[in-house]
Design a protein around this ligand. Structure first.
Ligand code: ADP
Length: 173
């Protein structure tokens, strides 16, 4: 429990899969810095400020979780912070190759920062920000995939998005 970790990502927006990794990470690390990494040339649905504020609302006032943003080289941020590890989440095998490459390049850039991978809860296996945005953009409900705060913000971007899914009705159909 002695170490802190930086959990970097786009978080565009934060999903319940991300929240699951933060919760699991808090079992291992004394503190987690959730870092919204951004590239000014990359298009995103939510601005960095919106992404940071949504994450802050989701984690609440937990003193063991900090939220920050950064646009440079991740290892430079980690070196300057109190953390010594990078935390990343793994879903399906399809994540593995990219995450493996990322961890290796970060290790090449800085020897003394390790990347720790945590496996997602099976419920969040197919949950990612891109799928959430695509479904919401087409008017589908993503309730249960994202925290309710995020659901409200998605409705602001996509007024036609349904707020409830019809899974219960389908069951009885
Ligand atoms: P990036 O653009 O850096 O991949 P993301 O916001 O998509 O940013 O993801 C940040 C981290 O969270 C990555 O390690 C990713 O694998 C992990 N992650 C995303 N969704 C999930 C999920 N459903 N379960 C577990 N980990 C996840």
């Amino acid at each position: 429990m002695g170490k802190s970790a930086v959990y970097p990502g786009s978080f565009d927006p934060i999903t319940n899969g991300h929240v699951d990794i933060i919760d699991r990470g808090l079992v291992i690390f004394k503190k987690i810095i959730v870092l919204v990494g951004y590239n000014p040339n990359k298009k995103s649905l939510f601005s960095v400020e919106e992404r940071v504020s949504m994450i802050r609302e989701v984690v609440g006032d937990n003193p063991r979780v900090e939220v920050d943003s950064f646009s440079g080289l991740l290892v430079d941020y980690v070196k300057k912070s109190e953390a010594s590890c990078i935390l990343r989440g793994l879903r399906a095998m399809s994540d593995f190759e990219y995450e493996f490459q990322l961890a290796l390049i970060n290790r090449r850039l800085t020897r003394n920062i390790e990347t720790v991978f945590l496996m997602t809860g099976s419920k969040w296996f197919y949950c990612n920000s891109s799928i959430v945005k695509e479904a919401a953009g087409l008017g589908g409900s993503v309730k249960g995939m994202v925290p309710d705060i995020v659901l409200g913000r998605l409705k602001g971007k996509f007024p036609d998005m349904k707020m409830n899914n019809s899974r219960k009705q389908q069951k009885h159909a």
